[in-house]
Design a protein. Structure first.
Length: 223
């Protein structure tokens, strides 16, 4: 039986509109995005198979390449899933920008996790803040291994001046998922803090993004 033959209020789209998102399972929400199934397999079944094959919702959202591994997920369905993920990231960005101030690592951690966790390569990025620690903008500055050879302090200083930032939160991801700051992470943080102090820009934190919660180097006493 196809989903169209189900009782109306049991169909994922109708259930969402009538009862809200919380009434739907992860597989049903994915089914709404997919729009339809394939012969012999409805959209909810496709959603369940996506969740099972990827290892769960977080892993599924983290790696869009997985959408090509299941029969029935063609370009149109893949585009819908990727677009939904990007909208979620942008929504987090808007929420972050609307905050009056960033007073602790949790304020920025969710946004940075959403932006950097899924990437298969290392990225070094900055949240630029004004004198009241309100967000000015987010920018990815470097890609590749995070060490003194790949991170150029003068470029970070130049970006801070371009955005007229008074403070900055540094961030980078570990594609391995391990969030323990490395010796290279500590060294480049100290080097950047020294360089930015010359232009009166404070380094508030350096967040390491991996599996689980972001790790704050400030909270660990490493700044």
């Amino acid at each position: 039986m196809s989903i169209r033959e189900w009782p109306e209020l049991e169909r994922p789209r109708e259930k969402l509109l009538a009862r809200g998102c919380s009434a739907l399972s992860d597989a049903e929400l994915i089914a709404v995005l997919l729009g339809s199934g394939i012969p012999g397999k409805d959209a909810i079944t496709l959603g369940r198979e996506l969740l099972t094959s990827s290892g769960g919702l977080h892993a599924l959202l983290a790696d869009p390449a997985q959408y090509t591994r299941l029969r029935g997920i063609g370009p149109a369905k893949r585009a819908r899933l990727i677009a939904a993920l990007e909208l979620a990231r942008r929504s987090l960005g808007e929420q972050l920008s609307e905050r009056a101030t960033l007073s602790n690592p949790r304020d920025s951690g969710a946004f940075l996790h959403a932006r950097l966790r899924h990437l298969p390569y290392e990225v070094f990025a900055c949240l630029f803040l004004d004198a009241r620690h309100r967000v000015i903008t987010f920018e990815e500055l470097f890609r590749g291994s995070i060490d003194q050879a790949s991170i150029h302090p003068r470029e970070v200083v130049r970006a801070c001046l371009k955005h007229n930032a008074a403070a900055v939160i540094l961030a980078h991801n570990h594609p391995s998922g391990v969030t323990e700051p490395s010796p290279a992470d500590r060294d480049i943080t100290h080097e950047l803090r020294s360089a930015l102090s010359l232009v009166d820009v404070r380094v508030l934190d350096h967040l390491v993004i991996g599996h689980g919660e972001p790790v704050s180097m400030a909270a660990l006493g490493m700044l």
